[in-house]
Design a protein around this ligand. Sequence first.
Ligand code: AMP
Ligand code: MG
Length: 348
Amino acid sequence: MNTATIKRHISLALAALLLLTCQGCKNDISSQEEYKKDVFAMDTFMTLKVYGSGGEEAVDEAKNEIFRLEDLFSATKENSDISKLNSSDGSPEEVSEETAELLRLVLEVGEKTGGALDPTVFPIVREWGFTTGKYHVPEKNTLDDLLKNVGLDKITLNGSQVTLSPGTEIDFGAAAKGYTGDRICGLLKKRGITSALINLGGNVQALGTKPDGSLWSVGIEDPEDQSRLACTVRVSDRAVITSGSYERFFEEDGKKYWHIIDPKTGYPADKGLLSVTVIGEQGVYCDALSTALFVMGTEKAIDFCREHPDTEAVLIDKANIYITPGIADSAEPSDRYNYTVIRREGGQ
Ligand code: AMP
Ligand code: MG
């Protein structure tokens, strides 16, 4: 047994503290009131902060939306769309439009990243104990057997009908929080909210600017020590979404095993990166991509960023921070790391 769960909870609480902005302005900034709600959902501590008039109702609506989406996407709740699919034994199932939409996006990012993102790794994530708390290093034979049911080609999506090959199960752990953040920001905007900070445990979505009109400052935790920051980025209207080796892990015989699995091997992805943050307008895309880049590892993730000029990311390995040019000017890296701006063709 290990201390993973406790560590995780402490680190998430710290993340909530560190990923905050606007210190010292608890209730009233530029005469805009703050409405704050802490939520535990999707196995994650979340904090919603909404500013200005109408904030109280808006934050309540956001909270209900989180629980509604959790009921739809959870791989462990019995009546969710995902549980329905996972017990379908090869027969086609109708899912909600939202589940189909999220699956479509996950498949798209999966294809775009050569299968680094693959929701069919779920039985392997479970085998390692990440959904049950029964952490252990599985036998290689067990992983090889489970890998037979892993692959994007095991999923057929036709409108809102989904067919999984018999034996295949999926989960949306890699992208559901980004999707949820987008939905919340959409609801808040509809209500006329122009300033909010949604922190879904390492997934930060900043709506508009701080109430005083300045940029939000979002901290990226140091993967080696979450009591400090590796980098800070200043943004408005952006999702800042991190996949980190420290977010969920256990240790056995002095080695760390984390929750992001390489779909090719069945083992935790371990190609250099300890944390990947993707910054962009669409939270679900950033969430899906941060997991995928983590799996791809340092070299391939840097290549991906070079080849996709619309992607902004902060990649952290043991000694280095690599950052894309579009976000470099608004980033403040810690001097504990070597710092490299990823060059793109055209000289940016
Ligand atoms: P994130 O924290 O967004 O990087 O997502 C990690 C979660 O996604 C894990 O807890 C698993 O539920 C799931 N997962 C792990 N590895 C993968 C993968 N290669 N592709 C898709 N989902 C994954
Ligand atoms: Mg993700």
